[in-house]
Write a protein that binds this ligand. Sequence first.
Ligand SMILES: *Cc1c(COP(=O)(O)O)cnc(C)c1O
Length: 408
Amino acid sequence: MSEQGFTTKIVHADHSLNLEAGAVHAPIHNSVPYGFEDVQGLIDVFQGQPGHAYARSSTPTLDALCKKIQMMDDGVASAVFSSGMAAIVNTFLTLLKEGDHLICSRFLFGNTTSLLNTLKGYGIEVTLVDATDIEDVVSAKQSNTQMVFVETIANPVTQISALAEIGDFCESQGLVYVIDNTITSSYLFNANSVKASLITTSLSKYVAGHGNAMGGSVTDTGLFNWENYANIFDGYRKGDSQLWGISQIKKKGLRDMGACLSSQGAHLISVGSETMELRMDRQCHNAMVLAEFLQAHPKVEKVYYPGLTEHPQHDRAKQLFSGFGALLSFDLVDGLDCCELLNKLNVVISATHLGDNRTLALPVAPTIYFEMGLQLRQEMGISENMIRCSIGIENTADLIADFKQALA
Ligand SMILES: *Cc1c(COP(=O)(O)O)cnc(C)c1O
């Protein structure tokens, strides 16, 4: 049988688990503790056998979501967390230690950049690079480099990392290659194709889509050889070595640091994920049409969207992704006030967040990049008049009409 499509696999993932009473959806298991007829069962779980003991580590509902994410990401195992940030910080803190060096894209989600400063305080060296340029990544390598972390399409300027070239480099140097796939998601981009070791995703965005639950995930693609990685604790160096990395992330991260997702949240994300392909196709279409409309508008100075042929990494996006995504930013011409424009939009909501079914927009400089200050904004190519949009699933004509009247 040929491999099933993305959506077929997701919508049939739960009931293929042989759920109780023939349930088609994984039930929500709210229980925190799990009891055993024979205490040996409890001992076995504590000693590494599959099973549940306490909801901070796992529940059947969380396992069902992990299985879905693992399938979507085409990996060997996944772990889920209370948010995308929790997934990222747990990856860093469980796999890096004092004295290690981390290479990161300079174009990152703002809170991730902020987190890197916290890591520096713990004695982890961080070098920020222009990840669109492989030479910049290569020249940042030091003898203590352990990991490279990049995003696919960066927010808000939409730079696209040299994903394939960085994958080859990490493979040749034995570095852990972590890709934050939130903005493309596994539907638009299979990170295995560029040799990612680990994939992090904010499930709060496109995977859930509805903006009613937060979550994050880490998937091990099985491509990294953990036997050669010095930071795996001795206690976790047993069994299938493909699973050592994710086991350490689960034990040291989820169990010890406790940023666990609730089963309620996992269920909401799981239900949302079923329509990911349908939503994202529509969102990518809407974004493309809007990008072309804005680009042709005299009151718009510049549009940042990878689907436009003028985008500096348009060819890379075309080659690597099955769609150009739904993150779009634009600058108004000098003298026009972006807040005034946002207040005139009726369909589009002024709100932060990405990947929602609704189109959301915000002025970049005074909100998500306020804390960075003017100089850093300028270094990152963020104009003071930039508007970032997360394009939703509304009917295309309504979105265009809304921008048209607001710009008039
Ligand atoms: C939103 C986002 C995160 C953080 O995810 P949360 O679920 O909001 O914690 C991380 N990376 C990227 C690229 C994001 O867009």
